[in-house]
Each structure stands twice: as C-alpha cells, then as structure tokens.
Design a protein around this ligand. Structure first.
Ligand code: ITT
Length: 200
C-alpha cells in the first residue's frame, strides 16, 4: 500500500497529500524527495495525458512502485489554449509563478474578450513498473482576473477567478480549493478505478 507521487511541485504535493489522506486513508505516500537519484524528467509530450504518462512511467520504473503523476495547466480561451501544457514554463528560462502570472496578464491586455474564460485541466495518471495504467481527468472553469488576489495556493491561483464563489483560487481555503479543483476531480475519478487497478 505504497505509492510515489511523481512530482517536484510543492503546491501539488501539498494538495495531493491532503486529498489522499482524506479520500484514501492508510495509503503510504512517498515523494520524489525520497528518491534523490531520480533526476529531472523531460516533459516532451504534446498533451497533458502524454506528459502525465511520461512522468508516472519513469518514476514507476525507477522505483519499482506504483507512481502517480499529475500533469496540469491553465487553458485560456482567448489565447487559443495557451499556456496549456507549457503553463509551468510560460515565462521561459527561470520561470516562476510570479513571472508566469505577469506574462499571462500581459498577454490578456491585447485580447478583446470581456469574459476572459479559462479552465484549469489536470490528468492524473497512475502507472505500475510493468506499464499498466489508470487515468483520471479534471477541469475547473473560471475567468482570468484583471489583477492577482489572494495569497494561498500556487501557480496561476491568484488570477483564476471562480465565478460561483466570487473569489480567486488563491483566496480559498485549501480544503475548498481541493473540493472544486481540477486536481481534486481528477484524483477522485482516479480513485474510483483504484480497487480494480490495485488488486491486479
Ligand atoms: P511536475 O511536472 O514535477 O509535477 P510542474 O510544475 O512542472 O511539476 P506541470 O508541468 O504539470 O507541473 O505544470 C503545471 C503548471 O500549471 C504549474 O506549474 C502551474 O503553473 C499550473 N497549475 C497547475 N495546477 C494549478 C493549480 O491548482 N493552481 C495554479 N496553477 C496551477
């Protein structure tokens, strides 16, 4: 009953650990910090699913354990889907959350779209060392805010405005974000297939 989270993103680790403790208590969850010999895994895929598979398979093979990878990003309608799979490196070499958010707000200055619709997408993929896999998907729809608001979360959370709660993802309690987010949805879907996946 041990899995490895195949991610180096501290924000994802925080959210996934909380979700797993709630939804699948008793599961032992390791992280990449438990396997320092595993280096950077190049994300060469063209889709969230391809990249999730690359990361999960690489870590499952390197550790001999079931690995769970999360590939996610912000998809902006008026930017034809950008930054999408490039969300983590949107602002280029040395990208940070702050620089990515600044680049996004800058790109939105030039578009005429009063609604500023977008969604967060997540593909959660579990892989065994032998190459069996299980997938969950999640999407969270919202709007790109005009300025960052809130100090919680990570990444694009300060500019992701949830219409229903009338606040940004960075203004939500971690629990509230997890109950609505692309990541929470994808993990819940993944866990529905878990008993079958695990017993094989
Ligand atoms: P790993 O590959 O090691 O998991 P990463 O940060 O490189 O970490 P991705 O390639 O999946 O992961 O990029 C996801 C990016 O999308 C992430 O860096 C954020 O910029 C953004 N993102 C994803 N989920 C988010 C969330 O819940 N809130 C804010 N931004 C998010």
């Amino acid at each position: 009953n041990t899995i490895v989270l195949a991610t180096g993103n501290a924000g994802k680790i925080r959210e996934l650990s909380a979700l797993l403790a709630e939804l699948h208590p008793g599961l032992r969850v390791l992280g990449l910090n438990d396997f320092p010999e595993i280096g950077e895994i190049p994300e060469t895929g063209a889709t969230f699913e391809d990249n999730a598979r690359i990361k999960a398979l690489a870590v499952a093979r390197a550790t001999g354990l079931v690995a769970v990878a999360d590939d996610s990003g912000l998809v902006v309608d008026a930017l034809h889907g950008a930054p999408g799979v490039y969300s983590a490196r949107y602002s280029g070499e040395g990208a940070t959350d702050e620089k990515n958010v600044a680049k996004l707000l800058d790109a939105m200055k030039d578009v005429v779209d009063p609604w500023r619709g977008c969604h967060f997408a997540c593909v959660m993929l579990a892989a065994t060392p032998g190459g069996r896999e299980l997938i969950g998907h999640g999407a969270w729809h919202g709007r790109v805010a005009h300025a960052p608001q809130g100090g919680a979360g990570f990444g694009y959370d300060p500019v992701f405005f949830d219409e229903e709660l009338a606040m940004t993802a960075a203004q939500m309690d971690a629990q509230v974000k997890n109950s609505r987010s692309h990541r929470g949805l994808a993990l819940r879907e993944l866990l529905r297939g878990w008993p079958e996946f695990w017993k094989q």
